[in-house]
Design a protein around this ligand. Structure first.
Ligand code: PGA
Length: 253
């Protein structure tokens, strides 16, 4: 069975209630009648509800950008998996490089988020990727290995069906410099092989591995044509319906 492509829009700390509502409505309209691609949008926390109302009952799914690894408690400023489920989220992004590098998230924290989110019934998009320094010094595979081993610790086989990996080289995020199709394929193949060791060959064969980092309508098709690239996690280009929908269209090619 070929893997279904999955395009997710990571809106980061952009949009307003009004612009988020309009963007979501345009995405829903543009995706009407398309069923061959999985599509999700991930607005900021305060807009999950408003965007959720717009996309409810449509094929466009709701995702969050972060989660705290506990059901509830005295964790000021944090949001639990149950709360995300309650407002209609299917997905949550965990371990985004902006959270690793700007907010200081570590692999053990990321691992507990992955586990608690999966146990709570959320589908997890786990982000991994190397910095430019790590790539230039030949550490790409070692970094991916550490992030996968750390992030997937304790994940059980049946839970892994709700897991997506997003390969997001840090040097490609928001820079306009995307990985070439060959660079993406090389890393994706490495990730799939490592996931075969960690989760089993069957899970790895069915695992969705998205590419993220300056995905645009102009480069989406060639990157997603690679055999181990199963979609995209899109930042900047997901903030405009036209460019996001062009990427969704490229995934159907
Ligand atoms: P970008 O961001 O598409 O703006 O590079 C991707 C991401 O951070 O998920």
């Amino acid at each position: 069975m070929p893997r279904t492509k999955f395009i997710a829009g990571n809106w980061k700390m952009f949009t307003t209630a009004q612009s988020g509502r309009e963007l979501a409505a345009a995405v829903v309209k543009g995706c009407a009648g398309w069923s061959r691609v999985r599509v999700a949008v991930c607005p900021p926390f305060p807009y999950l509800n408003v965007v959720g109302e717009v996309i409810r009952g449509t094929p466009v799914a709701l995702g969050a950008q972060n989660v705290y690894p506990a059901d509830e408690g005295a964790f000021t400023g944090e949001v639990s998996p149950a709360m995300l489920k309650d407002v209609g989220c299917r997905y949550v992004i965990v371990g985004h490089s902006e959270r690793r590098h700007i907010l200081g998230e570590t692999d053990p924290l990321i691992s507990s988020k992955v586990q608690v989110a999966l146990t709570s019934g959320l589908d997890v998009i786990l982000c991994v990727g190397e910095t430019i320094f790590q790539r230039k010094s030949g550490q790409t595979e070692a970094v991916l290995d550490t992030q996968l081993t750390g992030g997937l610790r304790g994940v059980k086989g049946d839970q892994a069906e709700r897991l997506t990996i997003a390969y997001e080289p840090v040097w490609a995020i928001g820079t306009g410099v995307n990985a070439t199709p060959d660079q993406a394929q090389e890393s994706h193949l490495f990730i799939r092989r490592r996931c075969a060791d960690l989760l089993g060959p069957e899970i790895a064969a069915n695992l969705t591995i998205q590419y993220g980092g300056s995905v645009k309508p102009e480069n989406a098709a060639s990157i997603m044509a690679q055999p181990d690239v199963d979609g995209a996690l899109v930042g900047g280009a997901s903030l405009k319906a036209d460019s996001f929908l062009a990427i969704v269209r490229a995934a159907m090619a």
